[in-house]
Design a protein around this ligand. Structure first.
Ligand code: NDP
Length: 400
């Protein structure tokens, strides 16, 4: 039915490529383009012959708008799926505009020298995409992504007004290393060492990193310590969910992860300020990334499950309603299916679904949009079909 170009062949890119190839009635042609062409070629070699999707590969520097525009024009995709790093979001959006192609990503833009992600940079492209008649779908991973779709689904089917949202992201996976991150270490560590924040009564409330801790008994996983973080979907949901009073985001961390992180932070290894080392400028966090295990290598070692979902409190027909919708994903099952652990899987599957809905016109409207601004039902159906089935309850344990 259509052509997709995927930029980035890391953990998430690999899963999205596998899923597009499974969905070969929809994705008839696929170009995998990334900085290291070997990773693109390895995926092509593994998958061609297992799928009707015609796969090609290319080397590209997504920081270079001209080079990228030329590649997009020569392939002529219906949609570009950006699974490189948040630093490339704006150059890839520029190239999509120049080439006249729809755009989908999973993480919002973050300047390389400031560890603070905000939607303002990408929302500023709204008029350009409107004028070009193109759709840019932002944040079609799990969180952000499915959490926004869950919110739109709750709003559409179960609430007149949602007052409180708690997004809970639990990873009970064990990879056996004392310290490793489940996705790009640089992005992950920038996120968790930043100040926390939540949105309440129209304002942001800032916290120290890891200041707010709760214990939650997760379905199929059990009790875990979780900590309040700032997270990008808080920003868009605060605008898009009617009647909202408070949104918080919690993520689980084990004691070993936190102890190692504190130590690395205390010695300056998580800093993004360049230092002089043996006559060269290096960024400590980028050096740390180079010595940590590659998240893609965790797949065969990780056992256990993730549980990511949202708890909503609000009113329907004048009555108070609580609603919890979540997905449980098993690391080992993901590895058996696509050769990746569940963190990459839970991001790569919704990325493929978002690209499919934009490509087939179900979620097409000119401009720049977050996932909760579209009809959630086709996305919710596709989650069940493509490997991320969800469960729901109207009597969840609440977070205090
Ligand atoms: P990886 O580091 O594993 O992969 C990133 C890929 O992008 C690599 O193949 C890398 O190339 C490529 N790349 C980096 N810079 C460039 C460039 N300038 N030009 C071309 N290619 C480039 O990261 P992940 O797969 O873990 O994460 C991918 C994205 O998914 C990130 O933006 C991350 O924030 C997001 N994410 C979103 C989640 C969600 O739920 N919404 C959850 C997890 C991740 P090379 O191989 O040469 O390094």
């Amino acid at each position: 039915m259509g052509k997709i170009m995927i930029i980035g062949a890391g953990g998430v890119g690999s899963v999205a490529v596998h899923k597009c190839c499974q969905n070969d009635e929809v994705f008839t042609e696929l170009l995998i383009a990334s900085r290291s062409i070997e990773k693109c070629d390895a995926l092509k070699e593994k998958l061609q012959g297992t799928t009707k999707t015609k796969i090609s590969t290319a080397k590209v520097d997504a920081d270079n708008v001209e080079e990228l525009t030329a590649l997009i024009k020569s392939f002529g995709p219906d949609v570009v799926l950006n699974l490189a790093l948040p630093y490339q979001d704006l150059t890839i959006m520029d190239a999509c505009l120049a080439a006249g192609v729809n755009y989908v990503d999973t993480a919002n833009y973050e300047p390389l020298d400031t560890a603070k992600f905000e939607y303002k940079y990408q929302w500023a492209y709204k008029e350009k995409f409107e004028k070009a008649g193109l759709t840019a779908l932002l944040g079609s991973g799990f969180d952000p992504g499915v959490t926004g779709v869950f919110s739109a689904y709750a709003m559409k089917h179960y609430f007149d007004e949602i007052h409180y949202i708690d997004i809970l992201d639990a990873n009970a996976g064990d990879h056996g290393y004392p310290f490793a991150t489940n996705f790009n270490p640089e992005i992950n560590i920038r996120e968790v060492t930043a100040k926390g924040s939540y949105w309440e009564d129209g304002d942001w409330v800032e916290t120290e990193p890891m200041e707010i801790k709760r214990v939650y008994d997760f379905p199929e996983i059990g009790e875990k310590d979780m900590y309040l973080l700032h997270h990008e979907e808080l920003e868009s949901l605060a605008l898009n969910i009617k009647g909202i009073k408070r949104i918080r985001f919690f993520m689980t961390f084990g004691q070993s992860y936190l102890t190692h992180l504190k130590c690395l932070e205390n010695v300056g290894m998580t800093s993004i300020v360049p230092i002089e080392f043996e006559g060269k400028q290096i960024v400590p966090l980028q050096f740390l990334k180079a010595v940590l295990p590659d998240p893609a290598s965790l797949g065969p070692r990780t056992k256990g499950k993730t549980n990511i979902g949202c708890i909503f409190t609000g009113v329907k027909d004048g009555k108070k309603v609580h609603y919890y919708v979540y997905n449980v994903c098993d690391h080992e099952e993901c590895y058996r299916e696509v050769g990746s652990q569940a963190i990459s899987y839970t991001t790569g599957v919704p990325a493929m679904i978002g690209a499919m809905l934009v490509m087939n016109g179900t979620w097409r409207k000119p401009g720049v949009y977050n996932v909760e601004e579209f009809d959630p039902d086709p996305f919710m159906d596709a989650l069940n079909k493509w490997g991320l089935p969800w469960q729901e309850t109207f009597s969840p344990e609440l977070v205090d």
